[in-house]
Ligand binder design. Structure first.
Ligand code: 4NP
Length: 166
């Protein structure tokens, strides 16, 4: 099983949507026995909460149901996951810093830590999936389209790299 973790700040907007979109694609391609995914936040601000209702409404409009409850990224995640995908640069720094703590605690596994937007063919110069939390509804829709493009490509990358090689 290839385990993928999507990470943002609050784990109520971008990363639960990434999880939902990616999981939908995995199921569509019948790969659910080979690829699993989850999401987490670098902050615990919203731990235990459902995804933001604006993000859930956007997901529903695209036939995706978000059921995830927010949780904070923990050092054990570095042992449990093969890939950690960050939604932006600021969270990447936190993910890398926590990886050092995981190593100090004896967790020597090294998941591949990548930027989600690097899989978006339309990203241009943009490295981040923009944080929609303080903006309008169109920001949530934009996040959906970014994640749909990036998830498609990331899944293709995984199939080529992990499944065809296996
Ligand atoms: P997310 O969005 O990182 O995509 O889940 C945010 C959610 C909450 C906050 C910031 C960003 N907040 O400051 O509470």
């Amino acid at each position: 099983m290839i385990n993928v973790l999507f990470v943002c700040l609050g784990n109520i907007c971008r990363s639960p949507m990434a999880e939902g979109v990616f999981q939908h694609l995995v199921k569509e391609r019948g790969l659910q026995d080979q690829i699993s995914c989850d999401s987490a936040g670098t902050s615990g601000f919203h731990a235990g909460e459902e995804a933001d209702e604006r993000m859930r409404a956007t997901a529903t409009a695209h036939d995706i149901t978000l059921t995830h409850r927010s949780r904070k990224l923990v050092i054990e995640d570095y042992a449990a996951f093969d890939y950690i995908l960050s939604m932006d640069d600021a969270n990447l720094d936190i993910i890398l810093a926590l990886q050092k703590k995981a190593a100090q605690a004896g967790i020597t596994d090294s998941p591949k830590i990548l930027m989600m937007r690097s899989f978006d063919p339309d990203a241009g110069e943009d490295t981040d999936v923009p944080d929609p939390y303080y903006g309008g509804l169109n920001g949530f829709e934009e996040v959906y389209y970014i994640l749909a493009r990036a998830s498609e490509n990331f899944l293709e990358f995984l199939v080529e790299r992990e499944l065809k090689a296996a």
